[in-house]
Design a protein around this ligand. Structure first.
Ligand code: ATP
Length: 245
């Protein structure tokens, strides 16, 4: 069996006396598309924060690509291949769309001490990322000139500029129309086809269903189901806890 790209073992996290994550175990294989769902406040963001290093888990271990992540800061994990897009896009508002991608690209290149990248190679890579997310025509515009769906694409492009092995997409579709949701799902599937493993945290069930090859469900900080999406969604415990809310 292929070694997992990400392995979460017995991860626990409390905020004061409140247990946000209770002994969570989760594995994701290289190249997989995992949907992570659960009611509001069930611990999804806390779990991905423990993966990306925004939070440190108090118990258990996070292993990525065979390396222990405990104690590593977010930028160290980004360097090793974990990228994250945020629910609320955080572009540099005074930089153009292309420059917004060039910044994380430069950062990645510098971290990897990849001196082989010339300016024109960086420009090429920037255009490649813009092309991938269909934002080439907006390269020289400011973020304020983007529509909501284009802003989400820019957020994903900025995460992609770090050349990740694992992309964690945290509610990349909230507030979008049905056709825009389809557009973002198609984009995520294209990224996955390029070999990127993706974890999608999402409340929009049509998106979750069309994206996920596997579904994991968190309720009150505990994983209550993990497996084939259809099986998981018809699991009575999941229906009760999640869909019936
Ligand atoms: N920094 C914090 N301090 C205190 N409590 C927190 C903190 N972060 C999260 N929590 C609490 O931990 C629980 C899990 O929150 P989390 O954001 O992980 O849930 P979620 O499943 O991502 O929810 P949503 O779907 O609404 O984004 C919630 O009850 C939340 O209020």
């Amino acid at each position: 069996m292929t070694a997992p790209l990400l392995k979460i073992e017995n991860v626990g996290k409390r905020f004061g006396g409140f247990v946000a994550l209770d002994n969570v175990n989760l594995e994701i294989a290289p190249g997989e598309r995992l949907g992570l769902i659960g009611p509001n406040g069930s611990g999804k963001s806390t779990l991905v924060n423990c993966m990306s290093g925004t939070l440190q888990n108090e118990t258990g271990t996070v292993t990525f690509d065979g390396k222990p992540m405990n104690g590593l800061a977010p930028h160290q994990r980004t360097h090793l291949g974990i990228a994250r897009s945020f629910q609320l896009p955080r572009p540099f508002h005074t930089l153009t769309v292309a420059e917004n991608i060039r910044v994380p690209l430069l950062y990645t290149v510098r971290l990897r001490r990849d001196i082989a990248h010339t300016k024109s190679e960086l420009d090429d890579r920037c255009h490649e990322v813009l092309d991938l997310v269909s934002l080439k025509h907006k390269a020289n515009r400011l973020p304020k000139d983007l529509t909501q769906v284009e802003m989400r694409k820019l957020e994903l492009a900025r995460a992609m500029a770090a050349e990740p092995k694992l992309l964690i997409a945290d509610e990349a579709m909230a507030g979008l129309s049905e056709s825009e949701v389809k557009d973002i799902v198609a984009l995520l599937i294209r990224l996955n086809e390029r070999g990127i493993t993706i974890i999608l945290i999402e409340h929009i069930m049509t998106a979750v269903k069309s994206f996920s090859q596997r579904l994991a469900v968190l309720v009150s900080g505990k994983k209550i189901a993990d497996g084939d999406p259809q099986d998981v969604l018809s699991n009575p415990e999941v229906e009760r806890a999640y869909l019936g809310q």
